[in-house]
Design a protein around this ligand. Structure first.
Ligand SMILES: Cc1cc2nc3c(=O)[nH]c(=O)nc-3n(C[C@H](O)[C@H](O)[C@H](O)COP(=O)(O)OP(=O)(O)OC[C@H]3O[C@@H](n4cnc5c(N)ncnc54)[C@H](O)[C@@H]3O)c2cc1C
Length: 459
């Protein structure tokens, strides 16, 4: 006999728990299924632990820089990796338990622990129990993608998940992948004291961003001693002594990188391969994502896919926004859509990058008339006071409507400051509104009106 529900949610990532509790509150008898860790990637092996580790790494970095600020630290700076991990585990535990208690304490919501798999478009099996509902919501997220590369089967490697158990300092960490996740780990481990080499197949780091952004990110990394090998056209692995030899080039005579540990950070793979999707009549795209429409409906009536699994976002805020869109459509008679979302993300190296809207490359490709303003962080008083002058602010504006098209703030506070531009973009008002505001001194954001006062045509 099947257990009957009004709705079933598979996965407790960044969208499922909020939706499940909302549905339960609205009087729907709801089930939620989690096979591993409550809170999913972000809480357990993604955003929260990495940013906690980034904070430890920054503390080490600033301690080393103490003399510059007139602060004497007694003796060499040492990082106790066991305590770094304990601190990270404590922060993660709090969030993970928060989600667990929230779900288990919600009336009208039943929590199942186990792997959920479709048996039909209206039924899901978890362990020995068959659940049935007219609405099924997939929030199954993704995991680290590890491509098949020569020699990989013969060596041990880390992913964003397994590196969370590391409580020692790798002697030489080789990171495959020069994008967001890879670079955060690269700077962090360098600051902990490891030698770090980033191996990237492309000719630039963070390839989706503009050249000036990726070049400056590279400078920031290299200034701290992170070694970067771009154009790695022949990546391969070989066990050599106690370590791992990583090859990065097809060219003869190029020396292998002698690593002690390898971390893979080359992308994510949706958790759709063992979900019984065929039984539900759902097809994935060629990369395994579940196609959805602008309101998160799959091709099968009553089944929705939210979060990373639908391929329309790869962030916690996009997953959460999916929940908001679905809930607004289900309960609030508010036809919110994914296409109303403006691109926004951060790269949490130090100093961070905050990005919103279009890149300069995208604006150029669109062919519209645009203006651009750029200011180096070295001109910003707050940055000079803190001796953190790396980076720049860049804003792109539509020449006719005066609406902001996009921005990159790479520098101290960039991840926070860029949100003020995002709000103006959502408000749908011209950039001149910002110029009439009186900002707090001394901050980075106070220089944005100055930057906007010096816009030039995008040649
Ligand atoms: C190292 C790292 C750092 C990151 N940093 C950031 C950041 O700073 N900011 C940001 O916005 N994003 C960041 N992200 C991305 C962010 O973590 C994800 O976008 C977000 O977690 C996606 O959430 P989700 O709801 O789609 O699924 P997930 O968080 O992946 O959760 C899916 C859940 O479903 C469960 N599940 C899967 N299949 C089944 C099944 N068949 N049955 C039962 N349960 C199942 C999984 O166990 C998991 O708990 C980071 C990611 C990584 C890897």
């Amino acid at each position: 006999m099947a257990e009957k529900f009004d709705a079933i949610v598979i996965g407790t990532g960044q969208a499922g728990p909020s939706l499940a509790t909302r549905m339960a509150r609205e009087g729907m008898k709801t089930a939620i299924i989690e096979r591993k860790l409550f809170g999913g990637t972000c809480v357990n092996v993604g955003c929260i632990p990495t940013k906690t580790l980034v904070a430890s790494a920054r503390a080490a970095h600033m301690a080393r820089r103490g003399e510059e600020f007139g602060v004497t630290v007694g003796g060499p700076i040492r990082v106790d990796m066991k305590r770094v991990k304990e601190r990270k585990d404590g922060v993660v535990r709090q969030s993970n338990q928060g989600v667990t208690n929230w779900l288990k304490g919600t009336e009208n919501l039943t929590v199942y622990e186990g792997h959920g798999r479709f048996e039909s478009p209206r039924s899901v099996r978890v362990n020995d129990t068959l659940l049935e509902a007219d609405k099924i919501i997939l929030n199954v997220g993704g995991r680290a993608f590890v491509p098949d590369m020569p020699g990989l089967g013969d060596v041990e490697y880390l992913t964003n998940s397994s590196i969370m158990d590391v409580d020692f300092l790798p002697e030489h960490l080789v990171i495959v992948g020069g994008s967001y996740i890879g670079l955060e780990f690269a700077q962090m481990y360098r600051r902990f004291g490891s030698r770090v080499t980033v191996v990237e197949r492309g000719d630039r780091l963070i390839a989706r961003d503009d050249d000036d952004v990726s070049d400056t990110v590279r400078e920031i990394m290299e200034a701290e001693g992170v070694e970067i090998r771009l154009n790695a056209d022949c990546i391969g692995f070989e066990k050599r002594g106690d370590g791992i030899a990583v090859s990065a080039s097809c060219a003869p005579g190029v020396e292998d990188i002698a690593g002690s540990h390898v971390l893979f950070a080359v992308g994510r793979k949706p958790n759709t391969d063992d979900l019984g999707l065929d039984k539900a009549g759902i097809a994935t795209d060629e990369r395994g994502f579940i196609p959805v429409d602008d309101q998160l409906r799959t091709d099968v009536d009553g089944i929705y896919a939210i979060g990373d699994v639908n391929g329309k976002g790869a962030f916690t805020h996009t997953a959460y926004n999916d929940y908001e869109i679905l809930a607004a459509n289900m309960f609030d008679n508010d036809p919110r859509r994914v296409s109303d979302r403006i691109t926004a993300y951060g790269l949490f190296i130090d100093p961070p990058l905050g990005r919103v809207g279009l890149t300069e490359r995208e604006v150029r490709a669109s062919g519209r008339k645009a203006l651009v303003g750029k200011m180096m962080m070295a001109r910003v008083g707050r940055a000079r006071e803190r001796s953190e002058t790396q980076g720049f602010m860049k804003i792109l504006v539509d020449a006719e409507s005066k609406h902001i098209l996009g921005a990159a703030i790479l520098g101290i506070g960039g991840d926070e400051i860029v949100q003020s531009l995002l709000d103006i973009m959502y408000a749908g008002v011209p950039y001149t509104v910002i110029q009439r505001a009186v900002h707090i001194h001394p901050t980075v954001a106070e220089l944005i009106p100055t930057l906007l006062g010096d816009l030039k045509p995008l040649e």
